[in-house]
Design a protein around this ligand. Structure first.
Ligand code: KG4
Ligand code: ZN
Length: 352
């Protein structure tokens, strides 16, 4: 069958990033990011130390139109060059999701092109395939601000959940620890930066769930331990902060390595012990270099290949939404214009 590349507009507004991108490609052909513009709302939310949903929704409304125009201009494809539009339809902060999805619907209706309502988590799950030829099935560690899951990715729309967090998401833990250490917002990059000059052995933090069967996670005990030890120190020096950041980051990397090791065994049981499999790490926390390093070592030991999207594609962006749209459209999947915006939308029927 003759396949031709598809050119899609991707729109992402589910949290605190307003983003638009134009992607051209096809699962069986090369792919190209023609443009990828992101406007982070860090400055708007910084005074509150976290994302304020109402402020986020308003900021999306104010900036999305210009961002989409800029993405189309930068790509040089023109409105006529679009084969479809993909917008995040959930899960996320409902006000923001509605802004992006309604905009996508309006464009699809006005241009007479198909709409794909993308699950944000599927955007993260498939993001690696935008930049690398990774075949299904693969094992996915999805670690972001709102999610922490291990998934067996069998195909587009076909996910089996192997484990997930029983409490906080991994990124949430990074953000809370950053707040405790007064390192600022957003927390993940701040903790990683502080950890560079810290001693990871100074604080003996717990490794929750490590050594247990299965591959569920728990981060609340770790966060509480950080709070107790930090409170015991009293006024924090820069070195205290760096040492605690490094100790926390090391504990997190250890926990993830332990959980992934079990997930690899489960994955091998399902898909065969003989073949070499791939571990994909995606979501905002996958930008963390210490975590990548630890998982690299694990993959070498377990004969898995490690595939990680570049950091820019790990944190929220519209390129991954556009790509997920192409993956779906290439299979003949699109959505009606009355598809709802959803605050909650698990990939597999379970939450976590
Ligand atoms: O995927 P993402 O951009 O948004 C969600 O869908 O949640 O992930 C954001 C999360 C935040 O919690 C942020 O602190 C974390 O990813 N993060 C990091 C790093 N960069 C972002 N965590 C650890 N190390 C990083 N370098
Ligand atoms: Zn995300």
């Amino acid at each position: 069958m003759h396949v031709k590349p598809l050119t899609l507009l991707g729109i992402e507004t589910s949290c605190d990033e307003t983003a638009a991108a134009i992607i051209r490609g096809h699962p069986d052909l090369p792919r190209e990011i023609l443009s990828d513009v992101v406007l982070s709302q860090f400055d708007e939310h910084r005074p509150y130390g976290g994302v304020v949903p109402e402020i986020a929704a308003r900021a999306h409304i104010l900036t999305l139109d210009q961002l989409i125009s800029a993405a189309i201009e930068k790509a040089g494809c023109g409105w006529d060059g679009l084969d479809g539009v993909a917008a995040t339809a959930g899960p996320g902060l409902i006000g923001g999701v509605m802004v992006g999805l309604v905009t996508g619907k309006a464009i699809a209706a006005a241009r007479g092109i198909p709409l794909v309502g993308v699950n944000h988590l599927e955007g993260h799950a498939l993001s690696v395939r935008l930049v690398q030829r990774v075949a299904f099935p693969y094992l996915l560690l999805l670690v972001s601000g709102g999610h922490c899951q291990l998934l067996d990715v069998r195909g587009v729309g076909d996910y089996a959940r192997l484990g997930g967090s029983l409490d906080d998401a991994a990124g949430e833990a990074f953000d809370k620890v950053a707040k405790l250490l007064e390192l600022g917002y957003p927390g993940g990059p701040a903790v990683e930066k502080a950890a560079l000059t810290g001693d990871a052995k100074r604080f003996a933090l717990p490794r929750p769930m490590s050594g247990r069967p299965g591959c569920d996670f728990s981060f609340s005990g770790l966060k509480t331990a950080v709070r107790h030890m930090t409170t015991a120190l009293g006024a924090l020096t820069a070195q205290d902060r760096a040492d605690m950041a490094a100790s926390f980051q090391a504990a997190t990397a250890d926990v993830m390595t332990d959980r992934c090791r079990n997930a690899m065994a489960m994955f091998r049981e399902t898909h065969g012990a003989g073949a070499q499999h791939t571990l994909v790490v995606a979501g905002g926390v996958a930008a963390n270099q210490a975590l990548r390093g630890a998982l690299h070592t694990l993959c070498d030991q377990q004969d898995f290949l490690l595939a990680t999207p570049p950091p820019r594609l790990c944190t929220d962006n519209a390129a991954m939404i556009g790509w997920a749209g192409i993956e779906r459209l290439a299979l003949g999947l699109s959505d009606p214009l009355d598809i709802p915006a959803r605050a909650r939308w698990p990939l597999t029927g379970a939450t976590g």
